[in-house]
Write a protein that binds this ligand. Structure first.
Ligand SMILES: Cc1cc2nc3c(=O)[nH]c(=O)nc-3n(C[C@H](O)[C@H](O)[C@H](O)COP(=O)(O)O)c2cc1C
Length: 264
């Protein structure tokens, strides 16, 4: 009579086989889920970005299809050095952070100009044009820079005069809840529309101050209330707004926009 060999569930080899087998099955499930869900995740991220752009433009209508609403906005690429529109890259495919680190699509920012603390930027940047009765009503600029803990990414909307803020929103950052995260909360954001970007010499002047803007301050139009307990995040906001509206950012484009030469 042949002796039946019993499965020894406590042996080291069998324990290892079960452990390795289980890890393989789990890793296949997790990787497959990541691959299958990636397009959904990308679509959600894109929809969120579009929602913020619509929000900063004041065009967000709750309950309406975001993609449909976003169809009213015209994305264009800008060559930041010349300030002209370009067809060199497709705004729908463009990833500014990826392009910044690319040797052909990105450039290093000279240290004395890098007030946003980002090191490099792409040569091109998208702008989002909102029209009213065929004329440009707002142009929405992507802006980003270093806060205390994180890179803060947002959109700044500029009025047709090329110097007045129409709206401002952040869509990504990792500043501290209750401190730095006041940057994405009302009523702080409500102060931005109507503020002025440039001084008489066309140099960026708008800044977040420490404390509250005095109502009778002659320069009140160039100041935003500080963030209490979060001055370092607030300084980061000043840096990124002044960098992206300055001569190394969208300055040349906004100058043309102000002079009406591309406001068609
Ligand atoms: C845990 C922790 C988190 C903090 N997070 C932030 C922050 O997100 N942004 C910020 O500017 N300051 C933050 N601070 C405070 C800064 O260290 C610094 O004290 C503050 O920016 C100074 O601002 P104030 O002059 O308005 O007090 C944090 C401090 C601690 C201890």
């Amino acid at each position: 009579m042949s002796e039946k060999k019993e499965f020894d569930r406590d042996s080291i080899s069998n324990t290892l086989i079960v452990a390795v087998g289980l890890s393989l099955v789990c890793s296949v499930i997790v990787s497959s889920a990541a691959i299958v869900l990636k397009p959904v995740q990308e679509k959600n991220e894109e929809e969120f970005r579009q929602k913020i752009i619509l929000d900063v433009a004041g065009l967000m209508e709750p309950g309406r299809n975001i993609e449909e609403l976003f169809g009213a906005i015209e994305p264009r690429m800008v060559d930041l050095e010349t300030g002209d529109y370009t067809d060199a890259v497709d705004p729908a495919e463009f990833d500014a952070l990826l392009a910044a680190s690319d040797s052909e699509l990105g450039i290093a920012i000279p240290k004395d100009k890098d007030i946003a603390g980002i090191g490099r930027r792409a040569k091109y940047a998208p702008v989002y044009i909102v029209r009213k009765d065929a004329r440009v009503d707002q142009v929405i600029l992507p802006v980003y820079g270093k806060g205390l803990w994180s890179t803060m990414l947002g959109y700044l909307s500029v009025a047709p005069d090329g110097k007045t803020v129409s709206g401002f929103r952040f869509y990504a950052h990792a500043e501290t809840p209750g401190l730095g995260d006041q940057i994405d909360k009302e009523p702080w954001l409500a102060q931005w529309p109507g503020k002025l970007l440039y001084d008489a010499d066309n140099e960026p002047k708008l800044r977040v101050i420490k404390g509250t803007v005095p109502v009778d301050a002659p320069d009140a139009d160039y100041m935003i209330d500080g963030l209490s307990g979060a001055t370092l995040t607030a300084n980061g906001v000043t840096g990124l707004v002044q960098y992206w509206t300055g001569s190394h950012g969208f300055g040349p484009y906004l100058k043309k926009y102000r002079e009406d030469s591309i406001n068609e």
